[in-house]
Design a protein around this ligand. Sequence first.
Ligand code: NAP
Length: 285
Amino acid sequence: MRVTSCTDTFTLSNGTTIPCIGYGTFETPANEARTAVREALETGYRHIDTAAVYGNQEAVGAGIRDSGIPRDQLFVTSKLWNTERGYENTLKACEQTLNELGVDYLDLYLIHWPTNRKQFGDRAQELNAETWRAFEELYKSGRVKAIGLSNFLPHHIESLIPSAAITPMVDQLEVHPGWPQTAAVKYCQDHGIQVEAWGPFGHKDVLTNQTLVSIGGKYGKSSAQVCVRWALQHDVLPLPKSVHMSRMRSNIDVFDFELTDEDMQVIDELRGIGGTCSDPDAVDF
Ligand SMILES: NC(=O)c1ccc[n+]([C@@H]2O[C@H](COP(=O)([O-])OP(=O)(O)OC[C@H]3O[C@@H](n4cnc5c(N)ncnc54)[C@H](OP(=O)(O)O)[C@@H]3O)[C@@H](O)[C@H]2O)c1
């Protein structure tokens, strides 16, 4: 791990650089997101993660503008929601997202969830392929600077690759202590796909885990800081969310300590300590 601040970057397979910690905005209500995003940017974040389904893109865009930080110094990610899959729908949905955010381009656009056979039967694979074809078009047109996936497990990616002209650059997965998704992370890393960790605190559930608290104690760090550091030491890009400025600040104050190999192994072996641990093949949304 080479990064030494939250503005240091990982490099995606197409050469795009991406700040190594992103600021999450899931469940931040529209009436709080404007202030929260501005404060996150004031705190030092330069990478914002949002999605059409969060219902806060206009406020996120307003917060970005309020910050006064030039667009080219920011990294903005959004995601295509499940109801908008397919070639034409995807192109329209991306335009709507750009309009809501008030930006000319996205730095990264993700398919939020793979289709699954449970909902789509034999059409699942074809629908992912059609959606991805639109992503490739958006990438070629410059409306999005990088394209990727979210919640795609290795078998979903393997099904997509034969029909894809461009290999996905990112996979955003639920990854946190207790749910390390070791096989999926390894698959992505072996194939040059940057993994991002959503729910790096297991949606806050894992923060009370005594193993994490006590490992943090050795370094004068909180369990939240241990979670962020653990992801980074796996070359996984964490997306912590908080609407509180003191927490925004402490969640990126993770560059003055290093978890030992033994700490990493202990954390890797934790199980069942929280988070949604959702199975993309079982979801019905
Ligand atoms: N691709 C996907 O399917 C997907 C799914 C879920 C999330 N995401 C992305 O990943 C981001 C992060 O995931 P998440 O929002 O679900 O959960 P998370 O970041 O794991 O946890 C957020 C929760 O932890 C609390 N928290 C944050 N920092 C804390 C600290 N230092 N001490 C104590 N509590 C703290 C927050 O409360 P306060 O806000 O009150 O501080 C909030 O309740 C999202 O915001 C979103 O951008 C993506």
